[in-house]
Design a protein around this ligand. Structure first.
Ligand SMILES: Cc1cc2nc3c(=O)[nH]c(=O)nc-3n(C[C@H](O)[C@H](O)[C@H](O)COP(=O)(O)OP(=O)(O)OC[C@H]3O[C@@H](n4cnc5c(N)ncnc54)[C@H](O)[C@@H]3O)c2cc1C
Length: 419
């Protein structure tokens, strides 16, 4: 049985790995000259079940209205992008009701915890070098009421198996001494010990090497132009103007998945949500974090990756706008400076690498894993702000769905047919 994967990002590569393990002949097609140059290139670096909450939380509507058009806000909605995504926006706000949000959070929490277990059981033993740390993540607060709200949410997450410890100021500084100079009065934090971190790009590069060793055919510079139908079923792909036949396909093309499925009459409710990161060389820093630190008030995180530091965050609804907007990058400099006051306007340093990517976001904030109306065509995409967290688990899940193997988490929770 020949399985074709479209997309060489986190989701395509983990899907390919597990399908090969189950005995499939696997070919993966990636349009770029390397794997992982899309959204999986310089993300925030965190595998965090603690962040399983969809972004459309109750109250998001009013929050989003206040931020409309504000260049320096954490969530920026560019008015010109709104017209083209009205049905998606409508569904995004519908899914922010208390009951839907809770149901979607539970689905994400189950998949995220499963995924972290899969990373530990299946990928860490391969010895892939990706600056992995298993020391958890830390959320910090400079406002007591924000900390209290976060603590009650963390208590609810405990019921879903996501462990945490609440820290007062001195416990916070004991766990992360690098915060001693942080601006403003930090009142406390929450430590999530089971979260993991690591560099997604290094992971993908290392995984692609072992994929090739295991017999997976990775075709670079191979844009898929069309998904073919034969006898009413999936029939192969048009790649670089050539037809390549296959039995089964996993569409894992990130934000490109929607356009590829559309001519088949398959609607994938995905929109790109642009986010930024900067990567800084912190080798010489006197104080640097041991673990990722999330500043919720700024929707940004600082994550140590070897001797580098990745500062990532912000969300912008701007379609596929490809401008590197200085104000968004400056936001990240500000986050860095607030935590480490000796860094000022760090994004302007010549050796700092700015980057942006498009999170493939569904309107309910839950990824899409499973079959479609076209027999033989499967999806593994739409993991939004959680694609690194979910990649190991959803790669295993899609392979087990295709092979009709029993699974430990639901096969139906993540289907496209829920929309
Ligand atoms: C700023 C930022 C910070 C983030 N931080 C985190 C984090 O800390 N933790 C977390 O869990 N997630 C995080 N994410 C989200 C995560 O990075 C994404 O969800 C994930 O990378 C998506 O992976 P993917 O494989 O679906 O898509 P991609 O990585 O985009 O891969 C899709 C691939 O398909 C290829 N492709 C597209 N169209 C075609 C075609 N027609 N033919 C052939 N190939 C094609 C593309 O070139 C690309 O390589 C972050 C995202 C951003 C932007």
């Amino acid at each position: 049985m020949h399985c074709q994967i479209v997309g060489g990002g986190l989701l395509g590569l983990t899907s390919a790995w597990f399908l090969r393990k189950l005995g499939y002949e696997v070919s993966l097609y990636e349009k770029d000259e390397e794997v992982s140059l899309g959204t999986s290139f310089a993300n925030g670096g965190m595998l965090h079940a603690s962040e399983a909450n969809p972004w459309n939380h109750p109250g998001i509507f009013w929050q989003a209205l206040k931020m409309l058009g504000k260049e320096d806000s954490a969530l920026l909605i560019r008015p010109y992008a709104v017209a083209g995504m009205l049905p998606w926006i409508f569904s995004f706000f519908i899914n922010s009701s208390v009951s839907r949000f809770k149901k979607n959070l539970e689905k994400n929490a189950r998949l995220a915890q499963f995924s972290i277990k899969v990373l530990k059981d299946e990928f860490l033993p391969l010895g892939l070098d990706f600056d992995c740390r298993q020391v958890g993540t830390l959320k910090i607060y400079s406002n007591s009421s924000a900390l209290a709200i976060a603590c009650s949410l963390a208590d609810e997450a405990s019921a879903m198996g996501i462990r945490h410890t609440t820290l007062n100021r001195s416990e916070l500084l004991e766990l992360e001494p690098c915060l001693e100079d942080a601006k403003g009065e930090l009142v406390g934090g929450i430590h999530y010990p089971d979260d993991i971190s690591g560099d997604a790009y290094s992971f993908c590069k290392a995984l692609s090497r072992v994929c090739v060793e295991s017999g997976i055919d990775i075709r670079l510079n191979s844009p898929v132009d069309e998904i073919l139908v034969r006898d009413g079923k999936f029939g192969g792909l048009r790649v670089n103007n050539e037809t390549v036949s296959g039995d089964v396909c996993v569409l894992a093309a990130g934000c490109g998945s929607k356009a590829l499925a559309k001519p088949l009459g398959i609607k994938v409710p995905l929109e790109p949500v642009k986010g930024y990161s900067i990567t800084v060389d912190a080798k010489e820093w006197r104080l640097k974090p041991r673990m990722p630190i999330i500043d919720e008030s700024r929707h940004a995180a600082v994550c140590p990756l070897g001797s580098r530091l990745r500062i990532a965050g912000t969300a912008e609804f701007a379609g596929f706008n490809a401008d590197m907007v200085t104000a968004r990058i400056d936001n990240l400099s500000d986050v860095c400076e607030a935590l480490f006051p000796f860094t000022k306007n760090i994004a302007r340093d010549s050796d700092v690498s700015p980057w942006f990517g498009y999170r493939p976001m569904t309107s309910d904030g839950v990824g899409i894993i499973g079959g479609t109306d076209l027999q033989g065509l499967f999806l593994n995409t739409g993991h939004g702000h959680l694609g690194w967290t979910m990649a190991p688990g959803s790669g295993k899940l899609i392979a087990d769905i295709i092979s009709d193997n029993p699974t430990v988490i639901s096969k139906t929770d993540y289907l496209l047919s829920r929309f």
